[in-house]
Design a protein around this ligand. Structure first.
Ligand SMILES: C[S@@+](CC[C@H](N)C(=O)[O-])C[C@H]1O[C@@H](n2cnc3c(N)ncnc32)[C@H](O)[C@@H]1O
Length: 497
């Protein structure tokens, strides 16, 4: 262990002692001298979220594994309770949203440094985040897909606007100049976006010490597919780690792993599945596409059953009563139920549509010819979409390899990397105000450049997965066309003989 790791470990141990004194416990039904160790322990998962929680023993589905009393939750209420100046100033700014206020309260608490009652917890918060709002222009462009670029630009503008709106309040609070910067604001709002949990009394949610060490697993396919949920008109989750208990009950078994419980006045966490001792214990924060995960949490999943790829659609396709956002290609390359129905209807001559609408809406194939037209439309449109993007899957794979080797690159390999990445690497150096010439590169790279590489890598991985979905759609559709055509051929033969 180096000195930095030793200090980190020391801070973690101080925090766990503090948490124990507050009554946070992973063994609510028995007494224990430490908040963790009976059901869970802190562990590191380099490829699955970094710091997280492991099972300290075999855990059974639905058993309670962590309880965090209300008095240990960091909320607007708890932060303003003992800070009269903060309470007075906040009361004067009624037009700010609840999340803006919570973020300001968090910065005000940070400004107290070691004197803050929350200090042991504050030391456990990440120093930086990779949420979309922190992307530079270069990293935004690296997403390549228009919809993703727009979403990032929106996130950046929203963060800037939110910051401008809270500045007068932060000045009234006389926060240190360093805490008034956009950079500090991005940190505070990303902390709130990626770590808050739903509580029934405040829509800004709460920060939940120890409970926010759980990493994410998408709600499984086994419980309920997202498409069914949307078709039935369930709302999307709000942006917090855990949602309203009522929603949880409605979704029946899909997201029953955590919530605030009035009867015990505590946030309770349950094992969502059985876990073996040593396995990472995960929490489902909600149903998100990879872009949404990137926007709110700063990561995405290699395999995400809720991922969606959208194709540009002519207006006569989406005018067919399906909401536009239900028309997409699923993570496995299959068109969504709504997209398939809409395309089948669109591929039917106008004068016959009325009579078959009910069949299309119930998900039935209309005819072999109709199905072939639909599959061909998908093949053509996926290919056109892919062809318009600046790089291919093969180039992205190569680029990811090169990005990985950039971290501690010996100078003699730089030339090869430059060749592999071409223009995009040039743009990276420009974006980070570095020289492209090999002999002017400084390795090891600065912390700022390393962070930019992390976000760039996230963007390239994101677009690569998006492209892979479309490629898989193309090959599925071609297979279907082949099968239908050969069936038609053999039935024609039977008919002739
Ligand atoms: C609530 S925190 C979870 C604990 C966090 N790893 C920590 O050290 O504090 C949420 C953050 O953890 C990371 N994370 C959670 N689940 C992840 C996953 N499956 N893959 C990658 N990163 C993940 C993301 O950075 C996310 O913003």
């Amino acid at each position: 262990m180096d000195t930095v790791q030793e200090e980190e470990e020391e801070r973690l141990q101080t925090f766990l002692k503090w948490a124990t004194n507050l009554g946070i416990t992973d063994s609510p039904n028995s007494s224990s001298s430490s908040c963790l160790g009976q059901s869970l322990y802190v562990s590191h998962f380099p490829d699955a979220g970094g710091r997280g929680l492991s099972a300290a023993r075999d855990l059974r589905k639905n058993e309670v594994i962590l309880r965090v009393p209300k008095s240990a939750l960091l909320t607007r209420e708890s932060l303003t309770a003992n800070d009269h100046k903060l309470t007075r100033c906040v009361q004067r700014h009624t037009r700010l949203s609840s999340t803006q206020i919570l973020s300001v309260c968090l910065l005000a608490e940070m400004s107290k440094g070691k004197t803050s009652w929350w200090y042991p917890y504050l030391t456990q918060l990440p120093r930086h985040y990779d949420t979309l709002a922190s992307f530079t222009e270069f990293e935004t462009r690296a997403l390549q897909v228009d919809g993703a670029i727009w979403a990032t630009e929106r996130a950046i503008s929203k963060a800037e606007l939110d910051w401008e709106q809270v500045l007068p309040l932060m000045r009234e609070l006389e926060l240190r100049p360093q805490l008034l910067t956009l950079k500090s604001w991005l940190w505070a709002s990303a902390t709130v976006s990626s770590r808050t949990m739903h509580v029934p009394w405040d829509d800004a949610g709460c920060l939940c010490p120890v409970g926010d060490f759980f990493n994410y697993a998408a709600p499984g396919e086994d419980s309920c597919c997202s498409e069914d949920v949307e078709t039935l008109g369930y709302p999307m989750q709000n942006n917090s780690l855990c949602q309203d208990k009522e929603d949880v009950k409605q979704l029946d078994g899909r997201l029953t792993d955590a919530g605030f419980e009035e009867d015990v006045d505590a946030y309770c966490f349950y094992a969502r599945v059985d876990y073996w001792k040593g396995e990472q214990v995960l929490l489902s924060y909600g149903t998100y596409t990879n872009l949404e995960l990137l926007e709110h949490y700063g990561f995405h999943l290699n395999v995400n059953p809720n991922e969606k790829a959208f194709l540009p659609l002519e207006s006569d396709i989406h005018s067919n009563s399906w909401p536009k956002d239900s028309l997409y290609i699923q993570w496995d390359g299959r068109p969504s139920f709504a997209l398939l129905s809409a395309l089948r209807l669109w591929a039917t001559p106008q004068n016959q549509r009325k009579s078959i609408t009910h069949l299309a809406y119930s998900g039935l194939q209309l005819s072999a010819e109709n199905e072939i037209v639909v599959m061909k439309w998908l093949v053509t449109n996926c290919n056109t979409f892919l062809d318009r993007l600046p790089s291919s899957i093969e180039q992205d794979v190569l680029l990811l390899d090169s990005i990985d080797s950039m971290y501690d690159c010996p100078v003699h390999e730089v030339e090869q990397i430059l060749l592999a990445c071409g223009d995009e690497l040039g743009a990276f150096f420009e974006g980070n105000k570095m020289q492209k010439k090999c002999n002017a590169l400084k390795f090891p790279l600065s912390m700022k450049a390393r962070r930019s590489i992390e976000r760039w890598k996230l963007a390239v991985q994101w677009r690569l997965r998006y492209k892979q979905i479309l490629v898989s759609c193309v090959s599925d559709c071609e297979e279907i066309i082949k099968n239908i055509s050969s069936q038609n051929l053999s039935s024609e033969k039977t008919y002739r003989t």
